[in-house]
Design a protein around this ligand. Structure first.
Ligand SMILES: NC(=O)c1ccc[n+]([C@@H]2O[C@H](COP(=O)([O-])OP(=O)(O)OC[C@H]3O[C@@H](n4cnc5c(N)ncnc54)[C@H](OP(=O)(O)O)[C@@H]3O)[C@@H](O)[C@H]2O)c1
Length: 254
């Protein structure tokens, strides 16, 4: 079957936080559409496991240790990826953490961890990757945001602030690079069943609140992320930039 405007053959993608959860799904989706994939994260066993499953699809892949909170780690790793793959056409900024704690109880350390990982991390990685996209005149940056970038929920002050920041960062990057061939968009998922939200998934009250709050009445399944990732990475979305696209069963339509 020809993938046509969704074909990623010959492209190289780099995905942060690809060792599990939505990042792993994104990495595999890009590979299914034809891309080679640099898998980034910190968990050593998963940095072997995920590239192995991508290679079994017939694509080139390798795992790279990268801590997105460290500028040196980011710069060294991006250089190493470029040495091995020659270029990065698609960047998925995805590595993220959360601390669900009321505003008055959240420690400065937890605030810093969430903001540094989810917001500064995306900035540092984009700064390291995008210059070679501009040089080549083409690139796609996909920032993993959240419905929490636009809606509020109690106990999510650092996380929601970081994701609101990601949406704004997406717009500014899109504007700066619009004439240079680099498109920048964000994905805003609702609750998907991954380790990040396992605690909520196992709490019947929270689980049901999320089902009730969602017009489609349920959580997202990881594989339901695949289509939007491929679309935003592919030529099919070449005239779209600066947008956050929600994948949320209708949550943000309220
Ligand atoms: N699941 C959801 O319901 C949901 C909803 C909306 C948005 N999102 C967003 O989707 C993204 C992925 O979430 P997820 O649910 O897949 O989470 P997850 O299962 O907890 O995975 C988080 C990923 O981030 C990586 N990571 C965390 N800190 C890092 C650091 N300092 N340096 C490098 N990598 C780091 C982890 O890798 P290592 O452990 O290997 O370092 C892991 O691969 C996040 O940005 C999250 O905000 C998720």
């Amino acid at each position: 079957m020809s993938l046509g405007i969704f074909d990623l053959s010959g492209k190289t993608a780099m995905v942060t936080g690809a060792t599990r959860g939505l990042g792993e799904v994104a990495a595999l989706a890009l590979a299914k559409a034809g891309a080679d994939v640099a898998v980034c994260g910190r968990s050593k066993p998963d940095l072997e496991r995920v590239p192995e499953s991508i290679r079994s699809l017939g694509r080139k892949s390798a795992g790279f240790f990268m801590d997105v909170t460290s500028k040196k780690s980011v710069q060294d790793t991006v250089k190493y990826i470029l040495d091995q793959f020659g270029k990065i056409d698609i960047l998925v900024n995805n590595a993220g953490v959360n601390r669900r704690i009321p505003v008055l109880e959240l420690s400065e350390e937890d605030w810093d961890l969430v903001i540094t990982t989810n917001l500064k991390g995306y900035f540092l990685v984009a700064q390291a990757v995008v210059p070679q996209m501009i040089e080549g005149g083409y690139g796609k940056v996909i920032n993993m945001s959240s419905i929490l970038g636009t809606v509020g929920l109690p106990n999510q002050v650092a996380y929601a602030s970081s994701k609101g920041g990601v949406d704004q960062m997406t717009k500014v990057m899109a504007l700066e690079w619009a004439k240079k061939g680099v498109r920048v968009n964000a994905i805003g998922p609702t609750y998907f069943e991954t380790e990040l939200v396992a605690q909520l998934r196992n709490d019947p009250e929270r689980f049901n609140f999320i089902n009730d709050r969602t017009p489609m009445g349920r959580w997202g399944q990881p594989e339901e992320l695949e289509g939007i990732v491929i679309f935003l990475a592919a030529p099919a979305s070449d005239f779209i930039t600066g947008q956050t696209i929600y994948i949320d069963g209708g949550w943000t339509a309220w």
